[in-house]
Design a protein around this ligand. Structure first.
Ligand code: CTP
Length: 407
């Protein structure tokens, strides 16, 4: 849930700075984008180079060290962040922020920030209990700042008590939970349409053209979207699995029926995910009676079905549109072509020949191609985990669309 989340870590000067280095590393490993500001005192404990190496970003220390002439660094950093975390937060910095003082890079950036601010205090137990610190913390609480309470234990000053910076693993977990809730809230009241399974194109009453799709990926996506609070409409071709609880299931058989069903819900949809393996061709003629075999070869004339994803791309207004690409070769090239040709916002591509990927399996290996040009290659994962990742990505595309008018 913190993949690509932008976290601005403000490190102030206390012995717990060493834990902030570990925290940076864990946040990066969890997929977050991390930028670090060090206070002058923090630099006395650990050098900026440590944080630069761990965050893979330049580190900010001085309000007047403007590295990029196109932006004002403290405003740019404040605007960039999805979450600002001060860890460790010293009594001194807490006091300055409470008083609205802006005398260094951290305090100045905070005054310009609109993102949620989290404070993880770390100090001696008596300092933490001092009425001045308590008063300052309550002022910050009134500003809407959140706290990661220090834990109890052995303190560097020799005391045992409350004042230790919370462990980096725990802080990462709290941040993950925060963003998970945030995303969940975002899909509440939104409508997600998912198509799944194969379609069947009838030749006669006993024969049809179809494919190997089992619906597992689409059903997992529908289930995840429901979990995240969305109203979910699952339009599925014939499959053997049960619909997830709370999801509205619309059963269809042919590509034409799927087209009509999807169009019916398209106007009111916020997100459409076209997982279905729709038949590209159907028999030109469907016989009412079973076709009897004849001597020699037989031939079926086929005609194209409607390309539903393409049609949706043409009619797209504010929907986030996601297509799938099941390929057996040239994955990147074909996926990128589909993204453009179908006017989709994201294509989820997989090589159905790879072991652990494709039809019928409980796992998948997919690569996500976005309009922004961003490509995310995911490892072998369960279809439930792939679904979680896809829903996370489309939620953030929808957020961008709602905020900026495009994905
Ligand atoms: N799709 C669709 N309508 C169709 C066929 C496919 O909406 N008639 C959707 C699928 O649900 C999927 C995506 O389009 O999201 C797949 O793209 P497509 O180009 O149709 O893939 P293939 O059917 O594999 O086609 P190609 O032979 O060009 O690879």
């Amino acid at each position: 849930m913190i993949n690509d989340k932008k976290i601005l870590l403000c490190v102030t000067g206390g012995i717990a700075v060493y834990k902030a280095a570990a925290l940076t590393s864990k946040l990066v490993q969890a997929g977050a984008k991390v930028k670090v500001i060090l206070s002058e005192s923090a630099e006395k404990f650990v050098t900026p180079l440590t944080f630069q190496a761990l965050s893979r970003n330049e580190v900010f220390t001085d309000t007047f060290d403007e590295k990029n002439p196109h932006v004002i660094a403290h405003i740019d950093l404040a605007d960039w962040a999805d979450l600002i975390l001060i860890a460790p937060a010293t009594a001194n910095t807490i006091a300055k922020i409470a008083a609205g003082i802006a005398d260094n890079m951290i305090t100045t950036t905070l005054l310009a920030a609109t993102a949620p601010v989290w404070i993880a205090p770390a100090m001696n137990v008596h300092m933490y209990d001092h009425p001045a610190v308590k008063k300052n913390l309550s002022i910050l609480a009134e500003y809407g700042y959140q706290f990661i309470e220090p834990s109890e234990g052995y303190l560097a000053c020799g005391y045992v008590g409350r004042g230790r910076l919370e462990e980096p693993e725990k802080i990462v977990e709290l941040i993950q939970r925060f963003f998970a809730k945030d995303e969940r809230r975002y899909l509440k009241g939104k409508t997600v349409v998912v198509t799944a399974g194969p379609t069947r194109e009838k030749i006669d009453p006993v024969r049809f053209i179809s494919n190997l799709s089992t619906g597992k990926m689409g059903f997992a996506i529908a289930e995840e979207a429901k979990k995240q609070g969305a109203d979910v409409i699952l339009i599925s071709g014939p499959v053997q699995i049960a619909a997830p609880a709370g999801v509205e299931l619309v059963k269809v058989e042919t590509a034409d029926e799927m087209y009509n069903a999807v169009l019916k819900y398209y106007e009111s949809a916020d997100i459409v995910i076209k997982t279905a393996a729709v038949a590209d061709y159907r028999p030109k003629v469907t016989y009412d009676q079973k076709v009897k075999k004849q001597e020699g070869d037989a031939k079926i004339d086929l005609e194209r079905t409607k390309d539903i994803l393409f049609e949706l791309g043409q009619r797209k207004k504010n929907q986030v549109l996601v297509g799938f690409a099941a390929e057996t070769e040239n994955l990147q090239e074909y996926a990128r072509k589909k993204l453009t040709k179908k006017n989709a916002d994201m294509i989820v591509a997989n090589n159905v020949k790879a072991s652990g990927a494709g039809f019928g399996t409980n796992t998948n290996i997919v690569t996500l191609f976005k309009r922004s040009g961003e490509v995310t290659e995911l490892p072998l994962m369960s279809k439930a985990d792939v679904a979680e990742k896809i829903i996370e990505e489309v939620t953030s595309l929808l957020k961008d669309m709602d905020q900026n008018g495009n994905c």
